[in-house]
Design a protein around this ligand. Structure first.
Ligand code: NAP
Length: 316
């Protein structure tokens, strides 16, 4: 097993990780990016991105991430398309393992993101980007005057349903119980909205449609009765899971498993920084993730400079 050292290791290759890579590379820090087997993050699962500034005609999610990657590589970032399997942040230099190799780094930027939960029902994966989505902000505008379904009963589902009333001719919320988990104020707004209907005690059993979403199979959980409804879009808002399993016991996590960061960039371990959805429960946008990647790289630069100065004065 070989071991390679770098001044900065970036774990994750979504907008946060790759923006951090661009900034760290331009600061001559030769960052090593652990991009994962599935590089690019959640935008690789999106079709057209219309709200990333700089692309007035919109851009496809995978193409945008390819541009991020090329920009980072242009300035010398080295990408490894492997997953980090284990880290040890208990001593300097920090250590990181992939399946075949071991690495060490003076600083680490954790940008492993969060994964939207999916329903895991037939044809959901096939129709992703063709009516099935986990991001109303990204995809809502494609369904003007259409019938839009939202699944979920938490604040995210309420927020998405309310947002989607701007586009859809009708929005139907499907929830598996008879009351919402969401805060009362959000739930009340949904219940009072004249464009929104709610189907209670029901689950989506399959997505229907050949080329695009055309309907949904439903099952009433109480009665077991099955039915279908017509739908042009299905927005799944049943929560996200932060990708933090390997940091348990190493970094402070909040009760939902997100990395705790009082200022949105540092962690409880000096020299380990955070960027993007892995700490950001609230905004979860590509542009906010990119911004936080930039912040993390600038903090890494300051941290390394301060430590170099400390080291130099210790040698005098
Ligand atoms: P959440 O509160 O965990 O709610 C997830 C919802 O999805 C629940 O209603 C749950 O049903 C349902 N669900 C989970 N798995 C499901 C499955 N397999 N099939 C069908 N339904 C399923 O998640 P969230 O709404 O993403 O919110 C996460 C956190 O962010 C919360 O603390 C929330 O308050 C906060 N947040 C706040 C705002 C705001 O204040 N504006 C906006 C968004 C999020 P059950 O209820 O039956 O468990």
């Amino acid at each position: 097993m070989s071991r390679t050292h770098s001044s900065v290791a970036i774990i994750g290759s979504g907008p946060a990780g790759l923006t951090a890579a661009v900034y760290a590379a331009r600061a001559n820090l030769a960052p090593v990016v652990f991009a994962g087997h599935l590089y690019g993050g959640q935008l690789m699962l999106t079709t057209e991105v219309e709200n990333y500034p700089g692309f007035p005609q919109g851009i496809m999610g995978p193409e945008l991430m390819e541009n991020f990657r090329l920009q980072a590589e242009r300035f010398g970032a080295v990408l490894h398309f492997v997953d980090v399997t284990k880290v040890d942040f208990s001593q300097q230099p920090f250590r990181l393992w992939t399946e075949d190799d071991e690495f060490s780094a003076d600083t680490v930027i954790v940008a492993t993101g969060a994964s939207a939960r999916w329903l895991d029902v037939p044809h959901e994966a096939r129709l992703r980007g063709r009516g099935v989505s986990t991001c109303a902000t990204c995809d809502g505008a494609f369904f003007r005057e259409k019938h839009i379904v939202v699944v979920g009963g938490g604040d995210s589902a309420m927020e998405e349903a309310l947002f989607l009333t701007r586009f859809g001719k009708k929005v139907t919320v499907i929830h598996r119980r008879a009351s919402f988990r969401a805060s009362k104020i959000m739930a009340d707004r949904v219940l009072a909205h004249d464009k929104i209907d709610v189907i209670w005690n029901s689950e989506v059993t399959e997505v229907l449609g050949a080329e695009k979403t055309e309907g949904l199979g439903l099952r009433n959980i109480e009665t077991g009765e099955t039915s279908t409804i017509d739908a042009d879009a299905l927005f799944i808002a049943i929560g996200h899971d932060p990708n933090t399993a390997m940091f348990q016991g190493q970094l402070d996590l909040d009760p939902m498993g997100y990395i705790s960061s009082p200022d949105g960039v540092t962690t409880n371990i000096p020299g380990v920084f955070v960027a993007g959805d892995v700490f950001d429960v609230r905004y979860k946008q590509a542009i906010t993730a990119a911004g936080s990647g930039c912040k993390a790289a600038l903090e890494v630069e300051k941290y390394l400079e301060a430590h170099e100065a400390e080291h130099a004065s210790a040698l005098v």
